[in-house]
Design a protein around this ligand. Structure first.
Ligand code: HEM
Length: 360
């Protein structure tokens, strides 16, 4: 991600590192663990914050992949109940009839547990050490935990509805949103503590917003392809009444439109010589999109082998993270000197260009 320098999660303004202060800082979370956390030095805080933020992002992406493994191995109903795997037992039991399926489904549920720990730790770290980044940052830091809770409930509904694609699709689509917001949190961790200011003209920000909306449409159409194809849920679960071929081409057409906008964005970013992190993020999105589109066509023309479909799901997770990275890289939270704050680039003569000037 865009990481000019590691974050130094400085103590929250007004925070107190004394044991009494720890109770005050943690508010309702007045546990011994909270007082230990508030007593740590800056370097240890920085390391822990990085592990927690990256861990949350990787788990949010991982859950998309393990969810895919559940689906591709037909293990969606491997556990017949929720939260227990079978009535009266939390963990799966090996039987000849059920085979490996309950274990795959249980592994997916276990990763949800790890993800819950990371998302809770993220909120705690943000609350204890990063409050100086502002209330917007704190609100954002609450999203992974809330979203994981929502996903657990939606996942239960999916099981109760026998993996109906009308429910599997929203269950899938919540995850890339959580991935995207988790990626923004990582960028924010490294990206300074000041007021947010834009590094590009408004037109480019709108363009990236349109790309994010179109990217989400690509994901929605992808789930419709899956919901009408051979890999939806398990062999007995219902299918969407859509022609898989037609919906596949609509899905691919939306990707082409997205690629067109991405080329336009790249040209604009280079023309106005915007800050390097924004250009790097845009190139990162190019690489992810091209690889993902390549896998998409390959799986389509080779009869949807499970391994490629799984790789396509990993690609979808990376795609969501890359769009978010691209959007967040258009801003900076580092305080700029007053006379430099409006400068977004230099023209060929080295003359500063400001956002008000627009692209030249
Ligand atoms: C940026 C590019 C792309 C993204 C982000 C993307 C995303 C997705 C997503 C999210 C799914 C649904 C996964 C699920 O519900 O489990 C999907 C399925 C699918 N995509 Fe794409 N896709 C892209 C490009 C393409 C392209 C160019 C094609 C070519 C036709 C394609 C073909 C398919 C097919 C055939 C499926 C159904 C796979 C199955 O049966 O499970 N994709 N895609």
């Amino acid at each position: 991600m865009t990481a000019p320098s590691p974050a130094d999660p400085a103590p929250a303004s007004g925070s107190d590192t004394s044991p009494e202060g720890a109770v005050e800082v943690a508010g309702g979370v007045s546990t011994q663990a909270a007082s230990v956390l508030t007593g740590l030095g800056a370097a240890a805080r920085s390391r822990i914050a990085k592990v927690v933020f990256w861990g949350n992002l990787l788990c949010q992406m991982g859950i998309i992949v393990t969810g895919g493994v559940v689906r591709l191995t037909g293990s969606g109903l491997g556990c017949s109940t929720w939260p227990n795997c079978e009535p009266g037992t939390f963990t799966p039991e090996l039987t000849m009839a059920a085979g490996i399926h309950p274990f795959i489904e249980f592994g997916n549920r276990a990763l949800t547990g790890v993800l819950s720990v990371f998302s809770f730790a993220l909120l705690l770290v943000a609350f204890l050490w990063l409050r100086h980044k502002g209330s917007g940052f704190l609100a954002l830091a609450a999203v992974p935990l809330i979203g994981t809770g929502v996903q657990a409930i939606v996942g239960a509904v999916v099981v109760w509805m026998d993996l109906h694609p009308g429910m599997v699709s929203p269950h899938f689509l919540i995850s890339p949103i959580l991935v995207a917001l988790s990626a923004v949190l990582v960028v924010r961790l490294y990206g300074g503590d000041g007021e947010r200011h834009s590094l590009v003209p408004a037109a480019l920000r709108w363009m990236v917003a349109a790309m994010a909306a179109l990217g989400f449409l690509v994901l929605v159409l992808g789930t419709l392809v899956t919901g009408s194809g051979p890999h939806a849920g398990d062999p007995d679960s219902p299918r969407l009444p859509l022609d898989p071929r037609t919906i596949s081409w609509l899905h691919a057409d939306a990707v082409m439109l997205f690629c067109g906008l991405l080329v336009g964005l790249l040209i604009a970013l280079h023309l106005i010589r915007t800050a390097r992190p924004a250009r790097h993020a845009a190139w990162g999105l190019v690489i992810v999109t091209l690889l993902q589109a390549g896998i998409g066509y390959l799986q389509y023309f080779t009869g949807l082998p499970e391994i490629l479909v799984g790789a396509h799901m990993l690609g979808a997770a990376l795609f969501a993270a890359a769009i978010a990275w691209c959007g967040a890289a258009l801003y900076s939270w580092r305080p700029a000197a007053p006379d430099e704050s409006a400068v977004i680039a230099l023209d060929a003569d080295g003359t500063p260009i400001t956002a008000q000037d627009g692209p030249r």
